[in-house]
Each structure stands twice: as C-alpha cells, then as structure tokens.
Design a protein. Sequence first.
Length: 140
Amino acid sequence: MAKTIQDAAQMAIDVQDASNLSGVVLSFGRLLTEAIRDEMDRLPRGTNFRNNHPIAVAFADKIVSLTRCYDQDFTAGTHALHACEAIAAAADFAEVDAVYAVWDHLQESGPLWDAMHFRTALAAYKHEQAASSTDAQEVL
C-alpha cells in the first residue's frame, strides 16, 4: 500500500488502466483510510478535503468508467489525474500543498473549473509564489 501521498497519487494514476472493479474499490478504500487520512492529520481540513481530494476524484472517475455511469462530461476526473501527477512528482510537502491550493481554488471557481486546465493553473500559481518570494526578498 502507499507509504507517501506521492505513492498514493501514483496509484490513482496507475488504477486508470484497471479493469477489475472490486480491486479498484478495495484500493480506493485503503487509500482513503491510510494515505489521505495521513494528509488530513498533517493538514487538518475536514471531511470535504477527503471527499474532494484529487486522489479520491481520480478513483471515483475510474469507478464511474467501469460501471458506465457517465451521464455528462466528467472533466473533474481529468483535472484530478493532472493533480495526482503533480502530487506524485512532488519533491516535498510544499509542492504537494501548492497542488492543494490550486485544486481548492479551481473547485471554488464554479464554471471556470471546466474551462481552466489544472496544469496551467498550477504553473501560474507557482509563478505567482516565486514572484511573491522574490518581491519579499527585495524588500529586505
């Protein structure tokens, strides 16, 4: 099972090739009770954080796919996979937290959520953070 949140994110990416619904559901349950719970301990953010975590959404998207329950374009699944890719590649918790900040912002944006590409939003966020850090250093 996943030892880090990065491992859990990689599992969410890897599960997209799965065809066994019961295996997907069992893995999803374990990740919710282990890796995402650990993140909730690190960043006490509540049930909504767990329910809307990119890993949870990516697994839910796969379950929807396997059960053929699509009734609309489920772009949140694509965004979730991009967020999982960013979490899996994160070198430290600061990078993971940047993913969460963008994820939260996009979810709160309503209609913008469907139009905004997660990778573009994450790059813009990191650019803004770097500019803010540079501005703060210049003041000192």
